[in-house]
Design a protein around this ligand. Structure first.
Ligand SMILES: O=C(O)c1cccc(C(=O)CC[C@H]2O[C@@H](n3cnc4c(=O)[nH]cnc43)[C@H](O)[C@@H]2O)c1
Length: 215
């Protein structure tokens, strides 16, 4: 395939985990996007404007929805959704699509999802596929977790950068994927429940496997 693989992470610790897993594979560029979808969109756009990539991945740690993705598992996006891009109304949340103001969902190539998911599963990792929500605020209550799960059927994980990365990739007509290693359950804020070190180790393992399927 023409072009390299671009992997965008939010923070340096995630970039370092991905680089350890890639072990110097020059077919991949790994860039720190910054936390949040605006920083991610800007940084991804700058990278895509300067080099030739055939796929873009938003990768990092994320929160897993109850009964969808346990802490320690890996989530591969079937769709990347800006979950708080819309309006609060007396009848509930209206998406920007419903408001007629644009898009809040980026689709992911189904074959790509299957290839990545199966390769990771074959390596022994616990892998789920489903919509990954992008939020500007980390969910911190059970009420919000339940509201998001009800609003977005099958919501599997949440993070803060995916839609920004995916929107930039969409602008350049490049396939995009989000991969999250689950560091915590989505719900009541409990810092002690965050397994960041373990999630970074899983991110390193995921990254060591990607060259098999994304070269
Ligand atoms: O609330 C805290 O005490 C806290 C502790 C550690 C990290 C945070 C973050 O805000 C990390 C945000 C960062 O990590 C991704 N991430 C990981 N889990 C989640 C989540 O459940 N919901 C949203 N984002 C999550 C995110 O993509 C950011 O890059 C807070």
């Amino acid at each position: 395939m023409n072009g390299k693989v671009l992997i965008m992470t939010a923070v340096k610790a995630e970039q370092e985990a991905v680089l350890r897993g890639l072990n110097g594979d020059s077919r991949f560029d790994v860039i720190v996007a910054g936390v949040g979808q605006v920083a991610a969109a800007i940084t991804t756009t700058k990278a895509l404007a300067t080099s030739n990539f055939h796929v873009v991945i938003s990768a990092g740690i994320g929160g897993g929805f109850r009964n969808q993705a346990e802490t320690g598992s890996v989530v591969v996006s079937s769709e990347i959704i800006a979950a708080d891009l819309g309006a609060q109304t007396v009848d509930g949340f209206s998406t920007v699509e419903e408001l007629g103001f644009g898009f809040s969902r980026v689709s992911v190539d189904r074959e790509l999802v299957i290839k990545v998911t199966e390769t990771l599963k074959n390596s022994g990792m616990i892998v789920k596929t489903g919509p990954i929500l992008t939020l500007s605020t980390v969910t911190g209550t059970e009420e919000t977790a339940q509201e998001l799960a009800a609003r977005f059927s099958g919501a599997t994980a949440e993070a803060m950068e995916g839609f920004g990365v995916a929107s930039a990739a969409k602008e350049f007509h490049i396939p995009c994927l989000e991969i999250r290693t689950i560091s915590n359950p989505v719900g009541p804020r409990d810092r002690s429940a965050w397994k960041i070190k373990e999630a970074l180790e899983a991110l390193e393992k995921v990254s060591s496997i990607l060259p098999e399927v994304l070269n």
